[in-house]
Design a binder for this molecule. Structure first.
Ligand code: SF4
Ligand code: SF4
Length: 301
């Protein structure tokens, strides 16, 4: 079985205080953290048993997980398993980075979000340089808030050209951007228009629920993070019976970790094996990247 797993355990705390985030500066008790660790270790042990499968994992925590040693250890273990093709995580990149040297860097990947106001650009870029020096594959991204546009432009200027910088559109407010801002952000991230869209999805085929699943700390399987109905549990030996193609039941899909799996958008052509960590295929080698952009269908039909 070829399976991509978006794992989100019970962890829900963060060392940053982004004003738009419910996990800002939220702390957890030692007992809550110990529970998160037990869940994660059980998940990693389960992945280790799936030797007949090809598995990609993306940790999509509520809050910041990579400051916790057990997530660092999980990435070390997962990346070393022969049948794991990718071990990736979303992070604010505030953690120590020594542990990456114990990973198989051919499989490790980081999805790094810059939060202006929570850390300086210089400090964030210094962490990016550490990743580059240590040979870690990573994408960098930022939420496209108007008040951060100058910071985003500076970040793009100062990041090496081979590092993809994605911009997440702020979509909580309709008509948030002027056409000029959209043009500016598209110059920074050619895929910005794709993110600045709620993609019509009801009735459309999607890999979520078949070859891509979301898993929580108890092993409960959902198609994706956006459809709450459980469809099984990975700790049930027969869990694979519940994985099959089915049409999406939501009206729209607006996050990369969802719409990238929507078949009609053909974004696996654009991202290749960088789907989970959000790195377009061939990024840094401009020709293949631009060629594959033509496959991205931006309409909301
Ligand atoms: S770094 Fe991420 S999880 Fe933490 S407060 Fe900011 S948006 Fe929320
Ligand atoms: S299109 Fe989005 S909401 Fe629908 S199943 Fe796929 S990932 Fe989930």
């Amino acid at each position: 079985m070829n399976l991509s797993i978006l794992y989100r355990g019970p962890l829900s705390s963060c060392n940053y205080a982004c004003p738009y985030c419910p996990f800002a500066k939220r702390r957890e008790t030692p007992a809550e953290l110990a529970y998160d660790r037990r869940c994660l270790e059980r998940f990693v042990s389960w992945v280790a048993t799936r030797t007949g499968d090809s598995i990609g994992v993306l940790f999509t925590p509520w809050g910041e997980a990579l400051i916790r040693k057990w997530y660092q250890s999980a990435l070390v273990t997962l990346s070393s398993l022969p049948h794991v093709r990718k071990a990736a995580i979303q992070t604010n990149l505030s953690c120590q980075l020594d542990w990456v040297d114990a990973c198989d860097k051919a499989k490790l990947a980081l999805w790094c979000t810059f939060h202006p106001g929570e850390t300086s650009r210089e400090r964030f870029l210094a962490q990016c340089r550490v990743l580059l020096q240590r040979g870690v594959r990573f994408s960098v991204g930022v939420v496209g808030l108007k008040e951060h546009l100058a910071e985003i432009e500076a970040l793009r200027r100062e990041l090496p050209a081979e590092v993809y910088l994605w911009v997440n559109a702020y979509k909580r407010q309709r008509e948030y951007y002027t056409p000029e801002m959209i043009a500016d952000l598209t110059r920074i991230d050619p895929l910005f228009p794709l993110n600045n869209t709620f993609h019509a999805s009801r009735g459309h085929s999607c890999r979520a629920g078949a070859s891509v699943i979301a898993v929580d700390g108890e092993g409960t399987i959902r198609r994706c993070h956006f459809i709450p109905t459980p469809i099984g549990n990975i700790y049930d030996p027969n869990f694979a019976d519940s994985l099959y193609e089915r049409p999406c039941t939501n009206d729209t899909c607006g996050c990369h970790i969802g719409y990238v799996h929507l078949d009609r958008l053909k974004l696996y052509d654009t991202f290749g094996d960088g789907v989970l960590e959000r790195i377009p295929y061939g990024f840094g080698e401009s020709k293949p990247f631009l060629e594959n952009l033509s496959h991205a269908h931006l309409s909301t039909e």
